[in-house]
Design a protein around this ligand. Structure first.
Ligand SMILES: [Zn+2]
Length: 93
């Protein structure tokens, strides 16, 4: 148990280009079937893209098609809505 390796995988947010530990980021995956999914486990096979979870980054990722470009496919509106729900923490404004 003592030599359990703690490898930290670093990934980059497609929007702000900030690097963070993979588990801090939201992973979006395009599966082999061409489906776009949000992957909370980080283990889904497919082409992955990452967002840091900042609302601004999400907005910019969709406005600039950064997410579609990273995944090389269209990102469905339903995924956008799901992501929006994920990043909404407090509505302070
Ligand atoms: Zn970001």
């Amino acid at each position: 148990m003592a030599d359990k390796e703690q490898k930290i995988t670093i990934r980059t947010c497609v929007s702000c280009r900030d690097s963070s530990a993979k588990k801090e980021l939201i992973r979006i995956v395009r599966t082999a079937d061409g489906d776009v999914r949000i992957d909370p486990t980080g283990k889904m096979p497919g082409r992955g893209a990452y967002l840091c979870g900042a609302r601004e980054c999400l907005v910019r990722a969709f406005k600039g098609n950064k997410l579609s470009r990273a995944l090389r496919c269209e990102v469905p509106e339903s995924i956008k809505l799901e992501l929006e729900n994920l990043v909404v923490e407090d509505r302070t404004s």
